[in-house]
Design a protein around this ligand. Structure first.
Ligand code: IMP
Ligand code: MG
Length: 186
C-alpha cells in the first residue's frame, strides 16, 4: 500500500483529480474569453504526465499537445540551477497561445528559462499551470498563473514526481522520508 519511502501522503488521487478539474474549468474559461482558437499545451516531461493527462481530459476547448524534456535535477534532490533542453518542442510557436504544464515549481529556474525561450520563439502568450507550488524554494522571479496546491520545503514524490527516476507511479502525492535515502537500495 504505502511505499516505505513515503513519510506522509499529502494529497490523494481523488483530491488531485478534483482540484485538476476545477483548474481545467478555470483555464478553459480564461482561453475562451481570450478567444484562443487552439491552445498549445506543452508538458515538461517526465514529471507532468499524470497531471497533464488529467488536465487535458478536463480542458474544454480546442487544444494541441507537445512536450519538452528539460533537466535541472540530475537525479538528486536539489536543483542545479542550470536547465538544459534535452528534447525540444516540434510545433511552431509563432503567434501561439502556449500553456506550460508542469508538475512542481521549486527554484523556478526551469520555468523562467523556458518561458523566455518560448517568447523568443515568437509565442503570442506563455502561461504556466503547475500541480504543485513550492513557494519557499523560489529563487527566480516567476510565479505560476495557476497552480493546484501549495507544498512546504520538503522533497515530494509520487504522481509524476520522482526520486532517482522512480516513484513517479505512486497514485498520490507524498512527502519523502529523506532519512531513509542515504542507505536506500532499490
Ligand atoms: P526548479 O527549476 O527548481 O523550479 O525545478 C523544477 C523541477 O525540479 C520540477 O519540474 C521537478 O522535476 C523537479 N523537482 C522540484 N522539486 C521537486 C521535489 O520535491 N520532488 C521531485 N522533483 C522535484
Ligand atoms: Mg519536472
Amino acid at each position: 500500500m504505502k511505499h516505505p519511502l513515503v513519510k506522509e501522503i499529502i494529497f490523494s488521487r481523488e483530491q488531485i483529480q478534483e482540484r485538476t478539474k476545477v483548474l481545467a474549468e478555470e483555464i478553459s474559461q480564461y482561453y475562451k474569453e481570450q478567444k484562443t482558437e487552439s491552445l498549445l499545451c506543452i508538458g515538461l516531461l517526465k514529471g507532468c504526465i499524470p497531471f497533464y493527462a488529467e488536465f487535458i481530459a478536463n480542458y474544454n476547448g480546442n487544444c494541441e499537445t507537445d512536450y519538452m524534456v528539460v533537466s535541472s535535477y540530475r537525479g538528486g534532490i536539489k536543483t542545479s540551477g542550470e536547465p538544459k533542453i534535452l528534447l525540444d518542442v516540434n510545433t511552431p510557436l509563432k503567434d501561439r497561445d502556449v500553456l506550460i504544464i508542469e508538475d512542481i515549481i521549486d527554484s523556478g529556474f526551469t520555468l523562467e528559462y523556458i518561458k523566455h525561450y518560448f517568447i523568443n520563439r515568437g509565442a503570442k502568450s506563455v502561461k504556466i499551470v503547475t500541480l504543485l507550488d513550492k513557494k519557499v524554494g523560489r529563487k527566480a522571479d516567476i510565479k505560476p498563473d495557476w497552480y493546484g496546491f501549495d507544498v512546504d520545503d520538503e522533497f515530494i514524490i509520487g504522481y509524476g514526481l520522482d526520486y532517482q527516476e522512480k516513484l513517479r507511479n505512486l497514485p498520490y502525492i507524498a512527502t519523502c522520508d529523506t532519512d531513509k535515502l542515504k542507505d536506500w537500495k532499490w
